[in-house]
Design a protein around this ligand. Structure first.
Ligand SMILES: [Zn+2]
Length: 357
């Protein structure tokens, strides 16, 4: 029993990942709340934290129920620049502290880890010192609030440039009072960051600079992220992270932003992405591959939902509470164990679900 969380805490981030340990992590809050009608596609600012904190808490709880072992505070795009964009800069600290408080409550009640969250600033310029100072300041305030609210570690994610990822890491080291950093790069269409560094080299540099976990998230789907994460595994010594989007990307369309509608050819991002969602089997295969490769911090990003998180958790040997309701088609009256059902025409019923030829 842990005195801090007063529950069955299984140790810190570093303890849980030591000796090849793993963590299952649910992300995807922005897309999920957009889908539900509580924030707007485009700006993608987590306004739901202010307007319906009860719903944010419930989604955290639902993800933990499905197997997430990290509760990620919903502060993604809750930074100064994004709030300026929607004219709500005055709510910046309130939004951040409220998101952190909700995540902490759920994490402490469930023995999971509580993570703060920073991300790409959308304004970073590698050749502009003034802007870099501004970005560092944006990171600083979010990091300080996260530490003040008791975050166990901080996730810095979806960086397209190694320079910005490095600035995030350095900011966590400078202002984070020693909390570990998980830094993930957004894996775009090329195998290089926007500042022309192969992703595996970028991850190694982040690891050598002190990130506790490094890896890739967002952007690519399972099929196109796996070849890259294999290179990251070969290049890095410590724990690595892999959290793709659950969309069926392929060699020609390697990212969710490159996917197009099959009939019209129009970009599918973000409005028509549902037409490209992965099957559960694809997610299961993805999780198995991650296990074989040696991915320690595993999950899904934009487009994730609880049924996917449960699959990842189960492949990684967990049995979260939601596993009680994992599919059991033997109980189905048409497809199940015939001896259990008093249905005399099930073969016909199955046959008639298909087109008549
Ligand atoms: Zn994402």
């Amino acid at each position: 029993m842990c005195v801090t969380c007063v529950k069955y805490c299984r140790g810190s981030l570093l303890e849980r990942l030591a000796n090849g340990g793993s963590l299952v992590v649910a992300e995807g809050y922005v897309f999920e709340f957009e889908r539900r009608g509580y924030l707007q596609a485009g700006a993608f600012v987590p306004e739901v934290v202010i307007e319906r904190p009860d719903l944010v808490k419930i989604l955290h709880e639902e993800f933990v129920h499905a197997g997430s072992e990290v509760v990620l505070a919903f502060t993604y795009y809750g930074h100064r620049e994004k709030l300026r964009l929607i004219g709500k800069e005055d709510q910046l600290e309130t939004m951040n502290r409220r998101a952190l408080t909700i995540a902490r409550e759920v994490a402490r009640a469930t023995g999971t880890l509580f993570a703060g969250n920073i991300c790409n600033s959308t304004v970073y310029r590698r050749d502009d010192e003034e802007i870099k100072a501004k970005v560092e300041d944006m990171f600083r305030e979010q990091i300080e609030w996260a530490v003040d609210e008791g975050a166990d570690f901080i996730v810095g994610e979806t960086f397209g440039e190694l320079g910005e990822a490095m600035l995030a890491l350095e900011s966590i080291k400078k202002y984070g009072k020693g909390v570990p950093a998980v830094i993930t790069l957004a894996s775009a269409g090329r195998d290089f960051t926007f500042d022309e560094v192969p992703f595996e080299d970028a991850c190694r540099q982040l690891e050598e600079s002190g990130a506790a976990v490094v890896g890739l998230n967002c952007g690519r789907g399972p099929k196109t992220i796996l070849p890259l994460i294999k290179k990251v595994r070969a290049s890095c010594k410590g724990p690595i992270a892999c959290l793709p989007v659950p969309y069926s990307t392929n060699e020609d369309y390697p990212t969710m932003q490159s996917l197009t509608d099959k009939e019209t050819g129009k970009p599918a991002f973000p409005y028509d992405l549902p037409g490209h969602t992965c099957t559960r089997t694809e997610i299961e295969e993805f999780a198995k591959s991650c296990q074989e490769i040696g991915v320690n911090y595993v999950g899904l990003c934009c487009g994730n939902a609880s049924h996917y998180t449960r699959i990842v958790a189960e492949v990684y040997g967990r049995r979260p509470p939601a596993s009680r309701f994992s599919p059991d088609m033997s109980k189905h009256f048409m497809y199940g164990d015939k001896s259990k059902f008093n249905q005399y025409h099930t073969e016909d019923m199955v046959k008639f679900t298909k087109a008549e030829k």
